[in-house]
Design a protein around this ligand. Structure first.
Ligand code: UTP
Length: 409
């Protein structure tokens, strides 16, 4: 993109101020800024002007049937064999979402580099790889693992894996890719400059994972290896079972477009998104959308009808993802602290939120799928998220759960 084209693009979105310092930049800096302008989707900022902020469709919510533990146990052997066969054929790969900023944990490094050990170093990434290695051993085959990073943590993440020899994983089976970024803006919709030659950006949310994987050119590798299923999971659940053969087998046997691992809510007001049907499509009611009426609805056995919370572990059929990849996802507008340069070009690191970043969420992809299998897992065995330093979903609570599962820290 040349200067004229950049001016034209910016004028379209009233963001001409981005070129304010252009004349005083070095040639390299000018090239950097033009490239960033070319790659940035400024249309997301226009969403601020929409009345509801989030353009999420409304619909009629009804319960969805989850496959519960007794049914899973009765079929465990058959599901596991189906899952193992698919894994051995190479049809299943895993996608680790590690592009988040982990602001609540408050570490300067990527979340996966966090050391949760007590008597020895035990890194979050190490725990995840160790869990996946269990299945590699069980199936006696390597499983491709895609790791999504962002512009902010890519270098740190890849160097960390190299320095630790990929925690025993076969390096040719690990593929890093960077997620796309979105511009960050003032409350009025003016995109911030982080430096004279740099637009302030942040990762575009975990809903961007599939388009980012495509944009990174990894679909060729997926096709060449005949991969049909992607098990997508979050970096922060250290008890996460990945490419779990029983879960894979159950989703395949039920002929669903996606499987979602879910846990039974531990209290009606637990802050977790629950699975449901929206206008007949699988969907998720987020905890802040839950009405008293939804909370108190019972099923035919007298149990809460909306009782299964998602834990960000989904098995997507790739052909179903490809079918929806042109569909626009709802955009979530989130208030954040955004470092920027002020009118005199001095860097400012705000201590309070000063604007918006723009994200799409993976849970909104579920609604675009025709069929979903909510698959119940025991939370004490499979759900130990690390979101905060202390308290709920913290390093402390995850350590307790790891120790309960016999992991030495
Ligand atoms: P969270 O929603 O917990 O966000 O991410 P976060 O950025 O890690 O943490 P906070 O909210 O700033 O404290 C859930 C999962 O989605 C990934 C995260 O890395 C985590 O695995 N994620 C999130 C991305 O990969 N990209 C994003 O843009 C956002």
């Amino acid at each position: 993109m040349n200067l004229q084209e950049a001016q034209k693009k910016l004028a379209q979105y009233s963001q001409e101020h981005i070129l304010k310092y252009y004349e005083e930049l070095s040639t390299t800096e000018q090239a950097h800024l033009l490239k960033q302008i070319d790659e940035t989707d400024f249309s997301v900022v226009e969403q601020i002007k929409k009345p509801s902020g989030i353009n999420k469709a409304q619909g009629v919510i009804t319960p969805i049937k989850a496959m519960q533990i007794p049914e899973i146990e009765a079929n465990r052997e058959a599901f596991t064999q189906t899952g193992l066969a698919a894994i051995r054929q190479g049809s299943v790969a895993a996608v680790l979402l590690a592009g988040g900023m982990g602001t609540r944990l408050g570490s300067d490094h990527p979340k996966g580099m966090y050391d949760i050990g007590l008597t020895k170093p035990v890194y979050i990434f190490e725990r995840i790889i160790s869990n996946l290695l269990d299945v590699v051993r069980q199936a006696d085959t390597w499983i491709h693992l895609f790791i999504m990073t962002s512009d902010k943590n890519h270098q740190d993440t890849t160097s960390f894996f190299q320095a630790h020899d990929f925690f025993g994983y076969r390096a040719e089976y690990i593929h890093f890719f960077q997620q796309d970024m979105a511009p960050a803006s003032t409350y009025e919709g003016q995109v911030y400059l982080e430096d004279k030659y740099k637009i302030a950006t942040s990762p575009n949310g975990n809903g961007g994972w599939f388009s980012s994987l495509q944009n990174a050119g990894l679909m060729d590798l997926i096709r060449m290896n005949h991969i049909e299923w992607l098990n997508v999971f979050a970096v922060d659940n250290v008890l996460q079972r990945i490419a779990d053969p029983c879960f894979v087998g159950a989703t395949i046997s039920q002929n669903c477009s996606v499987g979602a691992k879910v846990v039974r809510k531990n209290d009606p007001d637990e802050k977790v998104g629950v699975m449901c049907l929206k206008d007949g499509h699988p969907s998720i009611v987020e905890y802040y959308e839950q009405t008293p009426q939804l909370r108190d609805t019972k099923d035919e056995n007298g149990d809460p009808a909306y009782n299964f919370g998602v834990i960000l572990n989904y098995l997507f059929r790739i052909s179903s993802l490809e079918a929806i990849c042109k569909t626009e996802m709802p955009l979530h507008i989130v208030e954040k602290k955004i470092p920027f340069i002020d009118d005199d070009a001095n860097p400012v690191n705000p201590t309070e939120p000063n604007g918006y970043k723009f994200e799409t969420l993976i849970l909104d992809m579920i609604e675009l799928m025709d069929t979903c299998l909510p698959f119940e897992v025991e939370r004490e065995k499979e759900f130990a998220p690390i979101k905060n330093k202390t308290g709920v979903d913290s390093v402390e609570s995850a350590r307790m759960l790891l120790q309960k599962n016999g992991i030495t820290l």
